[in-house]
Design a binder for this molecule. Sequence first.
Ligand SMILES: [Zn+2]
Length: 216
Amino acid sequence: MLRLLYQFPSWMQRLYRGVTWRRRDTGVVYLTFDDGSIPEVTPAILDVLAKYGVKATFFVVGDNIRKHPHVYARVVAEGHRVGNHTYHHVKGRQCSLVEYLQEVDACEEAMNGQKSDVRNQESEVRLFRPPYGKMTFAQKRAILERGYEIVLWDVLTHDYNRNYTPEKMLRIVQRYTRDGSIINFHDSVKSAERTIEVLPQVIEWLQQQGYKIATL
Ligand SMILES: [Zn+2]
């Protein structure tokens, strides 16, 4: 039962075939942060990552890049990987296929407009994470056809939920992290306090376990 609460159940994993939940790498785990980049939280997360010499992956919202280009630029300049999280953080089921793809394209444009100045990531496969972890089958298929790797996660910290204390979040990480795990955090106002508090503890625990923390 606990497993169902903190991870996607297996029937859902089958529905999302073709999507990455976990990488097959031994001894490596991946930290991911969704919904930034925003001045209230992202710089504090970058400071923690820099302190531990850790690189992470940020799934960014295009409209935040427009509003806070300098924050996004810092994420890229410090060597973190960035992925597409749509322009307005839209729900797949509330958009037509055309609208959803426009959201993805607009986010990509915002990312590229910034990125080209700082680092050339042209050779890398583009990453996409659907807001709320949900999209329709048609949307999924179209995004895969465009060559994106769609990345979800296998460890959800629930950092956006005020009922989850940093202690509880750390226990979830300790219980569910395995080789290749993709751990989900947020750089959003809602999660800021909890995420910033637990992040050093999570990194220290992962490093004590001997995991290498890498970008996707
Ligand atoms: Zn999101």
